[in-house]
Design a protein around this ligand. Structure first.
Ligand code: SD4
Length: 290
């Protein structure tokens, strides 16, 4: 059995390409890298890779992470600029036993030394969005939240599971702001003996519940991925509302090592893409658990 699940509609073509690789017997990590690179390279996705919207200083700073569910190797980059495929850098970093999470210039220095492709990730289209936003908000530049991260969980024919994320974070975020996407347990987590999970939404709130780890923990306790996702989202949503009066956007996808999957969200309009052995890749809209 092989399978892939990913956050948002934008992931469909990427995971379809990754799924074809898994069908041919590719390793989960290779298929996931292909899926996420395709999304990073597509200039019209405003929240991932090339064409991603900039921070308040009009710079595109990207976060990405990769985790190997067999070895627990983790690699992550945060606030990296001017490299075409942050997921490749994160995956490469996962081979390092120390220094496996690098930020900003440190991440760029590493990527350069390793020969990754340099690229100006700020497109004219993204600049137009930025200028429009500056005009709209006049004096106050607040981060824009309705904004999507790609998170992919993959299972290969050998039973290996991996997870990866890639994002430009929140539009108009502060320079140096890091979301949940490169943070282990928050934006992603994978354990091949159980399953994997990934999150999208307001990083500052997703981190407060270490939501991806929580979903994998619930699956390990015996919950189906669907139940694990629903419990994790509704618990965190309720805790945040109880303690802070409000909860940000929380959306998750998960898959266990049998290829069964689950999704949950506290917003309207969260979509996900799934592609599994013997099935046509498809996109679905998720009902709010709130
Ligand atoms: C972040 N979680 O940087 C990301 C953004 C996102 O839907 O996923 N938005 O906080």
């Amino acid at each position: 059995m092989w399978a892939m699940i990913a956050t948002w509609r934008m992931a469909l073509e990427g995971i379809t390409a990754g799924g074809e690789m898994l069908e041919q017997g590719a390793a989960a990590g290779e298929a996931l890298e292909k899926a996420i690179c395709d999304i990073e390279d597509f200039p019209y996705y405003k929240s991932v890779g090339y064409g991603g919207l900039p921070n308040e200083e009009m710079e595109v700073e990207l976060d990405a992470a990769y985790m190997d569910g067999d070895t627990f190797d983790i690699g992550a980059v945060a606030a990296i600029k001017d490299f075409a495929n942050p997921i490749k850098v994160a995956k490469r970093l996962s081979a390092e036993s120390v220094n496996c999470m690098l930020v900003s210039e440190g991440a760029e220095k590493f990527a350069h030394k390793e020969g990754f492709e340099r690229k100006n990730m700020l497109t004219d289209r993204a600049k137009i969005h930025y200028r429009k936003r500056v005009k709209e908000t006049a004096q106050e530049l607040r981060p824009y939240i309705g904004h999507d991260t790609v998170g992919v969980v993959a299972l290969d024919q050998h039973g290996k599971m991996v997870v990866g994320t890639s994002t430009s974070g929140l539009f108009m975020k502060k320079k140096g702001r890091v979301g949940d996407s490169p943070i282990s347990g928050s934006g992603f987590y994978a354990d091949s003996t159980v399953g994997g999970a990934s999150a999208t939404g307001l990083g500052e709130d997703l981190m407060k519940g270490c939501i991806s780890y929580e979903i994998v923990r619930l699956m390990k306790e015996g919950h189906h991925p669907q139940a694990a996702c629903e419990i994790a989202v509704s618990n965190l949503d309720a805790e945040l509302k109880k303690r802070r009066g409000k909860a940000g956007d929380l959306s998750v996808v998960a898959m266990n090592n049998k290829g069964e999957y689950g999704v949950a969200t506290n917003i309207e309009g969260f979509s996900f893409a799934v592609c599994r052995e013997g099935e046509t890749p498809a996109v679905y809209l998720v009902k709010n658990v709130d």
